[in-house]
Ligand binder design. Structure first.
Ligand code: NAD
Length: 381
């Protein structure tokens, strides 16, 4: 089969890590008999530099013509002083809204090979974990195209007088909440059957609305154990007993913050992939999908060949699974990543925290990705 993929490398380490994800897709394509055609597009800081806006209309139009989108990361200090509407991050919001990808799936699991890169103690990892192992495996389903990141915002006053103010607005419609809850319940059904709504219903009206709708939906999903937790408690529970969670579903801003916290528990933000999915719309072969590592453009390490490429490579695997239903191909990439970690290779961000760790070899972006490709080559089709 032929698939067209919009490729948006972006800024900082974005191009370094997306090129490795492209290698993985091409190799998986050769192995399993698919052709992936990449359409490279500009968005973010690089687009500001070349055409003066973070998301050129031509980028969004071209992305909409493709079967899926693979993104690196956007942003960096060079563009930080620009006004809000011209910041590189506007490109992300524009792509998500333009593609209609309203549900962001962020799996966070502690791989046994990275046990030493996780900052938590064994007793913390075994707490509330039914299997009694020092591990966790959770999925954050984050609402992606609504809430405070898209709400009305503005400023009043001259910015200097005491009465000057600024505001952002959290607003959710029933339809927005219901559609992301449906995705989360489906995910819980395919996993361990637990769903936790994370909100701030003790304070926020929008959270109380989320809770009411979740309760209605819970009544129709009796096979799923539905629970509710305030976001402040959840941020604590993630470092107290992450094994208690299966699927967490939450709003845009809470999901953004909690998934960065969860990423550190897996060893590094350089390990976490994400899939942003929308509905199948008229005229498209596949449901809309945007795939990206959850990390940013990491300007502090860009161009140094030290960025971890695994989150980007694993995002490519998520694309194969979620957009194209190519489960065997997605698994092959994941198995190759696992085999590479088994062999002891580590980028610096996932190096063991214990000085006694043996059999680890610290490598750069290129060497890590090359090892994954070699492992992928060796996996039978
Ligand atoms: P960041 O994720 O870029 O970096 C946070 C820390 O994690 C840094 O120390 C960085 O070196 C490290 N890190 C990130 N990815 C890594 C990887 N693959 N391997 C090893 N280490 C890695 O977050 P930040 O520093 O808050 O933001 C930097 C820029 O990225 C900002 O302009 C921000 O707005 C932007 N950003 C973009 C996205 C996106 O494009 N999706 C997401 C978050 C932040």
């Amino acid at each position: 089969m032929n698939y067209s993929i919009a490729l948006v490398p972006g800024d900082g380490i974005g191009p370094e890590v997306t090129s490795k994800a492209v290698d993985a897709l091409e190799l998986a394509g050769d192995k399993f008999g698919h052709i992936f055609n990449f359409v490279e597009l500009e968005a973010g800081g690089c687009a500001i530099d070349s055409v003066g806006e973070p998301l050129p209309t031509s980028t969004l139009e071209a992305a909409l013509q493709c079967d899926a989108l693979l993104l690196g990361a956007v942003g960096g200090p060079k563009w930080e002083t620009l006004p809000g509407h011209l910041r590189p991050e506007r490109a992300l919001l524009g792509l998500r809204a333009g593609l209609g990808v309203f549900a962001n799936l962020r799996p966070a699991a502690l791989l046994p090979q990275l046990r030493d890169a996780c900052p938590l103690k064994d007793e913390t990892l075994t707490a509330s974990n039914n299997e009694g192992k020092p591990a966790f495996d959770l999925l954050i389903v984050r609402e992606l195209t609504g809430g405070i990141y898209f709400g009305e915002r503005g400023r009043d006053g001259d910015g200097k007088s005491p009465s000057s103010s600024a505001f952002d607005t959290e607003r959710y419609s029933r339809a927005e909440i219901e559609r992301v809850l449906r995705v989360a319940y489906d995910a819980a059904k395919a996993r361990r059957g637990k769903l936790c709504l994370v909100d701030k219903a003790n304070v926020l009206e929008s959270s109380r609305f989320w809770r009411e709708i979740t309760m209605e939906m819970a009544a129709c999903h009796k096979d799923i154990e539905t629970s509710y937790m305030y976001v402040d408690n959840c941020s604590m529970q993630l470092v107290r007993a992450p094994g208690q969670f299966d699927v967490i579903v939450t709003s845009n801003i809470f999901g953004d913050i909690l998934s960065d916290e969860a990423s550190v528990l897996t060893g590094s933000i350089g390990m976490l992939a994400s899939a942003s999915i929308g509905l199948k719309v008229e005229g498209r072969k596949y449901p809309t999908g945007m795939y990206e590592p959850i990390h940013g453009s990491a300007p502090d390490i860009a161009g140094k060949n030290i960025a971890n490429p695994l989150a980007a490579i694993l995002s490519a695997a998520m694309m194969l699974r979620h957009s194209f239903s190519l489960e065997k191909e997605a698994r092959a990439i994941e198995v190759a990543v696992n085999a590479t970690l088994d062999s002891g290779l580590r980028t610096i961000d996932i190096a063991s925290r214990s000085s006694t760790a043996s059999a680890e070899k610290i490598v750069g972006t290129n060497e890590m990705a090359a090892a994954v490709m070699k492992a992928l080559e060796n996996i039978p089709a």
